[in-house]
Write a protein that binds this ligand. Structure first.
Ligand SMILES: C[S@@+](CC[C@H](N)C(=O)[O-])C[C@H]1O[C@@H](n2cnc3c(N)ncnc32)[C@H](O)[C@@H]1O
Length: 246
């Protein structure tokens, strides 16, 4: 494990919104894993495994962008990849690095911003990101371009993000769950409701899966697609950096 990139490498791009998001994640980091398990009813681990399967990363160097406490990075490592996890919240990275176990100890974790990734172009065979795109929505174009830049030609990106079910009764149930129950569960586990009210707002303000697919295409990705998981509450996106692109 390493945490070799100093926090001062993190750029302040995206202005006060990005600064507030970083402070919020640093604050909730200690209760974050427990919140994930309860709030997703244990499904988050299956979503991460689905992302790793879609990437097909049994070997090669993989970047987990906005890795948080590292669970997606560890899932990819278990599948055989050599993983680097990067996040701008130093406290999330500290917890990720502290979770190394004997069977999962090769992943490296760095502090760094998704809008200015601290890696050379073409450094990774694959890239992953889970539940982070809503948080970078003010700098989405630069983040998508950075994901494209760090991939080697032919490399694939796979992204998980929440979305709203299109079938009305499912959408109403989803609203009830995210607007009423999630803030209560989050407040109980971390002592603060505000971040979980933010979670709802960020889902409301997030793009449709088709709109996000267009963002990936605009950044230069080919073979862009997505499928919906868990009754349309989660979208699994992918795209490939064209083999001929520099
Ligand atoms: C909802 S958490 C998801 C964490 C992890 N990927 C997971 O699946 O559990 C969102 C993460 O995005 C990170 N994040 C938000 N904006 C970022 C940015 N501009 N650069 C790097 N990380 C960012 C936060 O610090 C946080 O750890």
């Amino acid at each position: 494990m390493s945490n070799g990139i100093a926090p001062d490498h993190v750029e302040a791009g995206g202005g006060s919104f990005q600064g507030a998001v970083r402070a919020m994640f640093d604050g909730i980091a200690p209760g974050y894993d427990r919140f994930n398990r309860y709030a997703s009813l244990g499904m988050d681990e299956g979503w991460r495994r689905a992302a790793v399967r879609e990437l097909g990363a049994s070997s090669g160097r993989v970047l987990d962008i906005a890795t948080g406490t590292g669970d997606l990075a560890f899932a990819a490592e278990r599948a055989g990849a050599e993983v680097v996890g990067c996040d701008f919240a130093a406290e999330m990275i500290r917890i990720a690095a502290s979770k190394a176990t004997e069977d999962c100890a090769r992943s490296a974790f760095h502090v760094g911003s998704a809008g200015d990734l601290p890696y050379a172009g073409g450094s990774f065979a694959g890239a992953l990101s889970a539940f982070a795109m809503r948080n970078v929505r003010t700098i989405l174009g630069p983040v998508a371009s950075e994901m494209h830049r760090v991939l080697e030609p032919g490399g694939k990106v796979v992204i998980l993000e929440f979305t709203e079910p299109s079938i009305a009764p499912l959408r109403w149930g989803h609203h009830l769950y995210t607007r009423v129950l999630i803030p209560r569960i989050g407040g109980w586990l971390t002592g603060s409701r505000e971040p979980f009210d933010y979670l709802n707002r960020s889902i409301d303000e997030w793009l449709s899966p088709d709109e996000f697919a267009d963002v990936l295409r605009a950044a230069g990705f080919d073979q862009v697609g997505y499928r919906l998981l868990s009754f349309g509450t989660v979208a699994l996106h992918w795209g490939t950096r064209a083999s001929g692109s520099d």
